[in-house]
Design a protein around this ligand. Structure first.
Ligand code: AQP
Length: 333
C-alpha cells in the first residue's frame, strides 16, 4: 500500500491542517509501504512569496510534522524541490490534462481572485504538479482534507488518460478524507474554511499557539445569538466548535451535544479552547526542540530525498519509455 501526501511550507500550520491532514499522515505511517510525505516548496512558488524566507518555512514544516509524530525512519519525509522528477513529470502530465478541467478548479478561482499583482501560470498548473507528486510514487491512497477532493479527483483523471494514451503505467489514487474534521472552519468566519492565505488571523489557531492564546481565540469565536449546543446548518460557528471538540477529545459529536446540553455557549467555548490546547500542547513542545537543530533537519530531508528518488526514478523511466522520449539524464549513455 503506497500512501503519499504533500503539505505546503506556508509558515505556521494551523488546526485545520493538523486535524484534516496531519492526523491522517500518522495513520498512513503505520500502513504505508512506505508512506511518502513531501513538503511541497515548488507549490509555494505559485503565489507571491518571499524566496529568502522559504528555506526556513520548509524546516518549520518538517519540524512540525515530526513533532506531530512522523518518524523519518518509518516514512519518507522530504522536500519536493530536492527531487527534480516532480517538475519533470508535471510537464509530461500536462500533455494529458484538459485545459477545461484546470479552468474548473475551485482553488484556482479563489486564489487567482486574491492575487494582487500577477496571477502566475504555475497557479493554474498547480493541480498538474500535485498530480505529478502523487502519480510519481504509484500512490494508492492520498490522505487530505476535504478542500483537496477536487484536485485528487483530477489526479485520477490524469492517470486514466495517461494510461489510455500511452499504456498502463500509472496508478489511480484514492483520496482518504477523515469522516470528522475534514473541513475545520475559520473561527471568525465560520462559513469559510480555516486557511493560511484566506480567512482571518483571529479565526485561525496555529499548532504552536500558546494555550492562553488558543482559549482566547475560541472564546471570541463567532457564534449565533442562541444558546443551544447543537449542530445545525444555520449554526455554522457552534457546529464547527462541536466538531473540533469531538475530534480533540476523541468522542462522537452527538456525545458532545449531550454532555453540554443546557450549559450555554460561554462554558462550552472555554471547554473547547482547553481541549484544543491539550491536543496541541505536546506537539508545540516537541516542535521547539526539533526546530532548534537545523542541520539535523536538513540531514533528515536530504536522506528522505534519496529514498524518494529510489522510488521515483524507475517510475520516470517507465513514463519516458511509454511516451517515446529519450533516456533521461538519470542514465547517461
Ligand atoms: N480548514 C481545513 N480543514 C481541514 N483540512 C484542511 N487542510 C487545509 N485546511 C484545512 C488540509 O491540510 C493539508 C495541507 O494543506 P496545504 O498544503 O494546502 O497547506 P496550506 O496551504 O498551509 O493550508 P491551507 O489553509 O489549505 O492554505 P490555503 O487555504 O491558503 O490554500 C491539505 O491536505 C488540506 O486539505
Amino acid at each position: 500500500m503506497r500512501i503519499f501526501s504533500g503539505i505546503q511550507p506556508t509558515g505556521r500550520k494551523h488546526l485545520g491542517n493538523y486535524i484534516g491532514a496531519i492526523r491522517g499522515y500518522l495513520d498512513g505511517q503505520e500502513r504505508g509501504d512506505p508512506a511518502v510525505y513531501c513538503i511541497v516548496d515548488l507549490h509555494a512558488t505559485s503565489v507571491a512569496y518571499e524566496p529568502t524566507a522559504l528555506p526556513a518555512y520548509v524546516l518549520d514544516t518538517a519540524a512540525m510534522l515530526m513533532a506531530a509524530g512522523l518518524d523519518p525512519e518509518r516514512c519518507v519525509l522530504f522536500r519536493q524541490s530536492d527531487v527534480a522528477e516532480h517538475s519533470e513529470l508535471c510537464w509530461l502530465l500536462a500533455s494529458v490534462t484538459a485545459y477545461g478541467d484546470l479552468q474548473r478548479m475551485h482553488q484556482f478561482k479563489e486564489k487567482s481572485a486574491r492575487e494582487q499583482e500577477l496571477v502566475r501560470t504555475s497557479l493554474f498548473l498547480y493541480p498538474v504538479l500535485q498530480a505529478a507528486d502523487i502519480l510519481l510514487y504509484k500512490t494508492d491512497e492520498v490522505p487530505v482534507g476535504d478542500d483537496q477532493r477536487q484536485h485528487v479527483e483530477l489526479a485520477r483523471e490524469i492517470a486514466r488518460r495517461f494510461n489510455a494514451t500511452y499504456g498502463e503505467v500509472l496508478v489511480e489514487p484514492e483520496h482518504v478524507i477523515p469522516t470528522s474534521g475534514a473541513r475545520i472552519m475559520d473561527l471568525q468566519e465560520p462559513e469559510a474554511k480555516m486557511s493560511t492565505t484566506g480567512g482571518t488571523e483571529q479565526g485561525r489557531i496555529y499548532i504552536d499557539d500558546e494555550p492562553g492564546a488558543i482559549v482566547k481565540k475560541v472564546k471570541r469565536a463567532q457564534t449565533d445569538s442562541g444558546s443551544e449546543i447543537a449542530r445545525a446548518r444555520e449554526k455554522a460557528g457552534i457546529s464547527n466548535l462541536i466538531e473540533v471538540y469531538a475530534v480533540a477529545r476523541g468522542v462522537a459529536p452527538e456525545e458532545v451535544e449531550r454532555e453540554f446540553g443546557g450549559q450555554g455557549y460561554g462554558a462550552f467555548k472555554q471547554a473547547v479552547g482547553e481541549a484544543i490546547a491539550d491536543l496541541l500542547a505536546p506537539v508545540r513542545e516537541r516542535y521547539r526542540e526539533l526546530r532548534a537543530d537545523e542541520s539535523e533537519l536538513e540531514r533528515t530531508l536530504a536522506a528522505g530525498a534519496d529514498r524518494a528518488r529510489e522510488i521515483a526514478v524507475p517510475v520516470m523511466d517507465e513514463v519516458h519509455e511509454a511516451m517515446g522520449l529519450g533516456r533521461s539524464v538519470r542514465h547517461p549513455r
